[in-house]
Design a protein around this ligand. Structure first.
Ligand SMILES: [Fe+2]
Length: 259
């Protein structure tokens, strides 16, 4: 049987935590080096080239202009559109200046065939937790109500479902109940994908796939009550979206890159 081609293929990279200096280390790894290793690995995969790269926040750790410029300089030569949303460590204003022109997009929507990826900011200034608030919730409600696409994937930084890790669930999406009530009202939403949790997750809530994606640098230990690092290597997620609404996805771990 011949395999049908996906309508849309995406590479998700998350929580790159770059710094102004290329050799800055965080939690035992040089975050710039591990991002390079992840992208090199991706380009050797048969799923490359993708239709888009999705960067789900915490792009830069130190809110530096040089960090965002480095992110852009690394991704731009790949020749693939890049869609970003801010995480709690990001500076949305700098992202708007550096990651919102040419093939780089900040927030908004990626429309492709029968699919749309809706990018949702959960950024709250000065907070590690995330939130949508009345204005963003209303925006999401209106965007979904007006939607003409058969299939929708929602991308955000913070996790809208508990990960079973007390410290991490304390910095989750605060208004998750309001978020899910909107999602539940729109049958075209096939999945929700997030970053922030530095670990892989794949489950289904009320018919909607909920995916979390590892960081391109260090990972958090799943199910840990207190902050703890996992020894898993840098990771990324492949997303293959099909016209019938199916999401095929795989997390790829890049071993041998811990520096
Ligand atoms: Fe985060």
């Amino acid at each position: 049987m011949t395999r049908k081609e996906p309508a849309l293929t995406i590479l998700q990279v998350s929580d790159t935590h770059l710094h102004a200096a290329a050799d800055s280390r965080m939690r035992g790894v040089t975050t710039y080096a591990t991002l390079l290793a992840v992208l090199e690995h991706a380009q050797r995969d048969p799923r490359w080239p993708v239709d888009a790269i999705l960067a789900t926040g915490d792009i830069v750790q130190d809110e530096s202009r040089a960090g965002y410029e480095r992110f852009r300089a690394v991704l731009e030569p790949l020749g693939v559109p890049v869609y970003s949303i801010p995480g709690n460590h990001d500076d949305p204003k700098l992202m708007g200046e550096i990651l919102a022109s040419g093939s780089f997009h900040l927030g908004g929507e990626l429309r492709h065939g029968s699919w749309s990826v809706v990018l949702l900011s959960t950024f709250l200034a000065g907070e590690d937790a995330g939130g949508l608030g009345p204005a963003r919730l209303q925006g999401l409600r209106q965007a979904l109500a007006a939607h003409d696409r058969q299939n929708i994937l929602v991308a955000m930084h913070h996790h809208p479902l508990p990960m079973g890790s007390a410290w991490l669930d304390g910095v989750a999406l605060r208004d998750a109940a309001a978020f899910w009530s909107i999602i539940d009202a729109h049958p075209a939403v096939r999945g929700v994908v997030c970053g922030h949790v530095h670990q892989a997750g794949d489950r289904t809530r009320n018919g909607v796939r909920f995916l979390s994606t590892p960081s391109t640098c260090a990972q958090f230990l799943p199910s840990s009550e207190f902050f703890a690092l996992d020894d898993r290597p840098p990771g990324m997620r492949w997303l293959e979206l099909y016209d019938d609404g199916r999401i095929e996805t795989e997390v790829a771990w890049v071993r041998g890159t811990r520096t």
